[in-house]
Design a protein around this ligand. Structure first.
Ligand SMILES: [Zn+2]
Ligand SMILES: [Zn+2]
Length: 318
């Protein structure tokens, strides 16, 4: 299925400068690892206490839900409509993950759906072939390599004209550096106020800021690398999207990736029995609260049509 609303007549990709590619490499790959390498030995000896654990888990949940429900299901795929307060809250939550401005993330992801695992996909693990070494290289490319190696980025004018026309999205993208600062300042402030000490602020910054940021990144990227390589494929798709339960649990539902490629606009990714999808659960709560509407829940007919063995065993469809 093609992604929603590409703009005809504009080039699909734009060339990126070497400087910008280097910046992606530093922010998305090198910096998290480097900061961890410096910070963890400094914290050695006092480890992670209950206060830091709470701050880190809360920041993790906010970041991952923000990406899954906000950046991905709402803004990229329009799986539901949300009132303005919820839309802004979800873009801010997604920004906490430090995975780039909203329009850039969504543009790359819409292109991924259009060309999934074919020429033109920004991050397919099958890019170099399907022999062992080629696949290993492809997985590394899909996980983090493409941030640096890609000489072309998805054009926002082509892929996300709808988002560029949204004043709230434009304001959010313009304020993105401040959002990134908040992603680290908030856990530090929470730890400092909770403990009323600078050391409490520092250790919460370490665990709820740096460690959480690195973990959130690799958890998200694992959908691109692992959930297009290993796992079950109960639905027929033209690509290699698959379901990997532990990726699904870490990503709060995003690792049920096979159905998502059948019907990208569906608000629920875990559609079969036993496929717990916390992000879909939360969207259901938003719907009940009256904050979300027009939610695209899966239709039993579509599930049956696309099942490989035609026996859906569907779980709760809402
Ligand atoms: Zn995919
Ligand atoms: Zn998607």
């Amino acid at each position: 299925m093609t992604s929603p609303m590409p703009q005809p007549g504009t080039a699909e990709t734009v060339t990126v400068t070497t400087g910008r590619r280097a910046a992606y490499l530093v922010v998305l790959v090198v910096l998290p690892v480097l900061l961890l390498a410096l910070a963890v030995p400094a914290a050695w000896g006092w480890g992670i206490g209950p206060r830091d654990l709470v701050v880190a888990v809360v920041m993790y949940l906010v970041s991952i839900f923000g990406i899954a429900i906000g950046y991905h299901r709402l803004f990229t795929h329009r799986a539901f409509k949300a009132n303005r307060a919820l839309r802004i809250a979800l873009m801010l939550a997604g920004g906490m993950a430090v995975e780039g401005p909203l329009t850039l993330w969504c543009a790359e992801h819409r292109r991924h759906h259009k060309y999934a695992d074919r020429e033109g996909d920004p991050h397919s693990p099958w890019r170099y072939g399907d022999t062992g070494p080629a696949l290993l290289r492809g997985m590394l490319h899909a996980h983090i390599g493409w941030f640096y190696t890609a000489r072309h980025r998805s054009s926002r004018r082509h892929w996300v004209p709808d988002l560029l026309a949204d004043p709230d999205v434009r304001r959010f993208d313009a304020a993105y550096p401040v959002v990134v600062l908040l992603s680290f300042a908030l856990p530090a402030a929470a730890g400092g106020l909770w403990s009323m000490s600078w050391s409490g602020a520092w250790s919460a910054f370490l665990w709820g800021g740096l460690v959480r940021y690195a973990v959130v990144h690799h958890v998200t990227w694992s959908v691109n690398s692992i959930a297009h390589t290993f796992g079950d494929r109960p639905f027929r798709t033209r690509d290699r999207s698959s379901n990997v339960w532990w990726v699904a649990m870490l990503t709060l539902g995003e690792g049920w990736h096979n159905w998502h490629h059948v019907e990208p606009t569906c608000a629920r990714h875990g559609v079969l029995k036993g496929q717990f999808d916390p992000s879909a659960r939360l969207i259901r709560w938003f719907e009940r609260a009256g904050w979300a509407h027009g939610v695209r829940w899966p239709s039993p007919d579509r599930l049956t049509t696309h099942r490989v063995d035609h026996s859906p065993e569907a779980g709760s469809l809402r």
